[in-house]
Ligand binder design. Sequence first.
Ligand code: NAD
Ligand code: UD1
Length: 313
Amino acid sequence: MKNIIVTGGAGFIGSHLVKALLLDGHRVVVVDDLSTGKSSNLPSHPNCHLFEVDIVDELALAHLFESERPSLVYHEAAIASVQKSIHDPVRTSAVNDQGAKHVFELAVHVGSEQIVFASSAAVYGEDPRLPKRETFEPTPLSPYGFQKWQNEKDAARLAKKSGVRFTALRYFNVYGPQQDPQSEYSGVISIFVDRILNDLPLTIFGDGGQTRDFVNVADVVQANRSVQRVGGGFNVFNVGTAQETSLLELVHHLYMIENQAPNVVFQPRREGDIHRSVADIGQLMSKTDYSSNVHILQGLQALVSAIKLKNNE
Ligand code: NAD
Ligand code: UD1
């Protein structure tokens, strides 16, 4: 049994990860300010402990790390929206940049063996080459993308200085149950499913030709578990499916699942929006037992069914 801290563990991806770590038999301490996460996302389990702490508050965080002394840290806490990083750059930088530095430095200070953290496909930005490979030099388009890249540079420096293992996971576009649809900053699949089930029109920003590698949260959890066995130093891996889907294709799939006629309005493309994105996942597959197991159509069908079931409870 490991003692593990998961920052952002009450959020969408973090809460799925926490549940898997509990099933693996670990003790899990969740650090979350509940800004977008919810305590109700967490199971009631004797090995799961939630501390409502803001990672920007270095003193409070230091106190927690010193009393818990985790051997493994998963850092998921962040303001996850590209658009929010443009609209509120000060707070986003404090959380995504400073907050991550606090987590990394404290983990090293208390003797953690490994820090695994959520980076993003947003670091690739405007580089037109596809699929995106970890060896490409990042060219982010948004403050969010720059902050994730900065996290990677901080991690590489600290890994070299301390010998502690740091693993950056560049998630592509993650979807699945518990992704909150309620904000304009939410992920596109959660917004679209919610609006279709409520008979509301969808808004596509741009012409719908932009593409994403939509990866199910179950695959992302598997990636996080599988990198526990990766060797020393600093490593960076893409986490995706290697399948490219345009927004128009996504909309087509969703209306087909619901057997409805499309109801879509178009608005101008958003600032900081990447045009095409799809992952090369060869590195992760060769260094771990990761494989992408959930096809987009199957994942969307399961998601729609799960949300309908929940709405009928
Ligand atoms: P989310 O908003 O559901 O989860 C983020 C969690 O962090 C929330 O529980 C929130 O309350 C917490 N948090 C935010 N600021 C905090 C602070 N100052 N102190 C403590 N806790 C704080 O988002 P998510 O989609 O689950 O994203 C998880 C991580 O994965 C983030 O780092 C995000 O940048 C990254 N990521 C997400 C995606 C995606 O498609 N969802 C893709 C790439 C990377
Ligand atoms: C998402 C994640 C980000 C992650 C990145 C990795 C969220 C909120 N953002 O950013 O954390 O690092 O993937 O690739 O989870 N769109 C519409 N209509 C809408 C909403 C969105 O057309 O109502 C479009 C957007 O303009 C964009 C695409 O859908 O072109 C995806 O948007 P979004 O889900 O916000 O994700 P990213 O910006 O790719």
